[in-house]
Design a binder for this molecule. Structure first.
Ligand SMILES: [Fe+2]
Length: 574
């Protein structure tokens, strides 16, 4: 049974599943080169079909992780906002409502859109409960036969969180939290308050929070986000209006509590850092409150997380440390892109087609390019390369890294989810104190306070980090051992933790080989690993990789087994 899942809301994506086996999955942003794009994911769909060698007519079902007619409730809320505050609405609300109505229209006319832009098909799309799709996206690919499931995001059709339990192929909903009480939107509003883009830059606020003191936390707990004894929470919606028009601005009352908001680009002060620290800890407490209640309800020892809030790896790590769950699984595309995969899996399951449950152990579900493609792209860019064997390549690249050079590393299938995990990565030596400044100077990509993450050979992780279990998707942080802090300063965050990727035996043999080569030379089985992009989505094709390389001062570009070094020399045969 071949099922296509697709999401056309923010973080548009498509995924193709055969009898529960994941064939292909990708976010639309990588193809159209717009971060978090909202669109019918035509390119992602075409890619998935091409990868499987099928057309839309071969597909046995199309699943969408939204019941669009229920979304009308959000429209009604937006309308009431307009009536209550016409001035505010004129400024921002109208755009938001226009966007919403466009999204509804797209969903309602999806079948004809697909026919026009992808090709004829046999089936009309089926619209599924958004949070059930999130839950399926994690539980049905987790290693657990039985697990508690916690979904927390901005909002589904009408809810903002779901507590459930999974057993075999069944998911039973235990509790839902209704709009407007939303942890995702609370954090998005605080992100906007701090001058960053809501729904995009939450991870920046999470990084910033480590620099602050949570001196506003008790104020936020008392007046903004109250935890209730029944395991739920209450958000003071007099301080925000996102629930009305999805504008996600905070109202003046919030400034009375926290001081004036920060404008984008304005200098960051200690107060801003303290607000970030306070919002972060209050969010963590609320997520833990939900997860603790879920444990009380289910008494199940494993936990699956999904929804955009599951990207908050600091909160995830606190669940792992402080609660009684034995193991936690977070699907790497925890946000709305992942709900497309969840829709495909859930629909397969509902139709009785999930003949086996496959554990998602790696994220390499995206497009792959041949060596011929890479050679052609380099020739077109008039760049010369060395074609090397895999062993020699890894050894050579490890030497470059050891000498302090930066390497763009492009291999195999593109990652699913927002993290580059060794196939579309920028790599560097974690031992150099000045590496952060060097990367920011050569790549010019980010706020200087943002941490860089390490990739480490799984079996040696315990020598450097206090990490109780593997973390293959960079969705947990781990304290760096005191003995290791001086060895890998470039990947230790100001709070003494790292957001680690453990690289096990099978997921990515070539990346492992590189880590091993670097360990042989330096004794350190760790590389700084950040994503291959500069103020754009992660690169997808060799052409994008080359363009990105040429825009920066990064020293080396590796495409498959081809090595290009700066200063770039012109390939005269080209
Ligand atoms: Fe969601």
């Amino acid at each position: 049974m071949l099922i296509l899942g697709l999401s056309n809301m923010s973080d548009a994506a498509a995924a193709l599943v055969q009898d529960g086996h994941l064939l292909a999955a990708a976010e639309e942003e990588r193809f159209v080169r717009i971060n978090h794009v909202t669109a019918l994911p035509v390119h992602a769909i075409r890619y998935c079909l091409r990868e499987a060698g099928v057309s839309l007519a071969d597909v046995d079902g199309i699943a969408v992780p939204w019941k669009y007619w229920v979304l009308g409730r959000r429209g009604a809320l937006a309308l009431s906002a307009m009536l209550r505050s016409p001035t505010l609405f004129r400024v921002k609300g109208r755009r938001s409502v226009e966007r919403l109505s466009q999204e509804y229209a797209e969903l309602a006319f999806l079948a004809s859109q697909l026919r026009e832009r992808v090709g004829p098909g046999r089936h009309r799309p089926v619209y599924l409960d958004h949070h059930l799709c999130h839950a399926a996206s994690s539980f049905l690919v987790s290693p657990f036969e039985r697990a508690a499931i916690l979904v927390v995001d901005g909002a589904s059709e009408a809810h903002t969180a779901m507590l459930a339990v999974g057993e075999g192929r069944k998911i039973t909903v235990l509790k839902r939290i209704a709009l407007p009480h939303s942890l995702g939107q609370f954090y998005a509003s605080m992100t906007a308050f701090l001058g960053f883009r809501p729904d995009q830059d939450e991870y920046i606020v999470m990084g910033l929070s480590a620099y602050g003191e949570p001196r506003f936390a008790s104020l936020l707990r008392e007046q903004v986000l109250r935890l209730l004894p029944d395991g739920s929470f209450h958000l003071n919606t007099k301080l925000f209006d996102f629930h009305l028009a999805r504008v996600r601005i905070f109202l003046p009352e919030l400034e009375r509590l926290l001081g004036r908001h920060r404008l984008p680009g304005e200098e960051l002060t200690q107060r801003h850092r303290d607000v970030a620290a306070s919002a972060q800890v209050v969010l963590e407490d609320a997520v833990l409150h939900l997860a603790r209640h879920l444990h009380r309800l289910t008494r199940v020892e494993n936990l699956c997380l999904a929804g955009g809030v599951a990207y908050n790896c600091v909160a995830n790590s606190r669940i792992r440390r402080e609660l009684d769950y034995r193991e936690i699984y977070v699907q790497p595309a925890a946000g709305d892109a992942g709900s497309a995969l969840g829709a495909a899996l859930w629909f397969t399951n509902r139709r009785g087609g999930l003949s086996r449950r496959e554990v998602m152990r790696d994220v390499y579900l995206g497009p792959e390019f041949s060596e011929e493609d890479c050679r052609k792209a380099l020739s077109r860019a008039r760049l010369a390369w060395d074609a090397l064997s895999e062993d020699v390549l890894c050894d050579r690249v490890a030497t470059e890294l050891e000498r302090g050079r930066l390497v763009f590393w492009f291999q195999g299938r593109m990652e699913w989810g927002p993290r580059a995990l060794g196939n579309r990565s920028l790599l560097a030596d974690p031992r150099r104190e000045d590496m952060r400044e060097l990367i920011n100077a050569k790549v010019k990509l980010r706020e200087s306070f943002r941490p860089f993450a390490p990739s480490v050979l799984e079996e040696r992780a315990a020598e450097y980090f206090d990490c109780p279990s593997p973390s293959p998707f960079m969705l947990f942080t781990a304290p760096v051992l005191p003995s290791a802090k001086g060895i890998i300063p470039a990947v230790v965050h100001v709070d003494g933790t790292s957001r680690i990727q453990t690289v096990g035996g099978d997921e990515n043999p070539k990346f492992r080989k590189l880590l091993e080569a670097f360990a042989r030379k330096t004794g350190v089985p760790i590389l700084l690993n950040t994503s291959f992009n500069v103020n754009e989505p992660i690169v997808c094709s060799p052409e994008e990789a080359i363009q990105c390389f040429l825009r920066t001062d990064v020293d080396c570009l590796v495409l498959g087994n081809l090595l290009v070094r700066r200063p770039v020399s012109v390939n005269r045969e080209a």
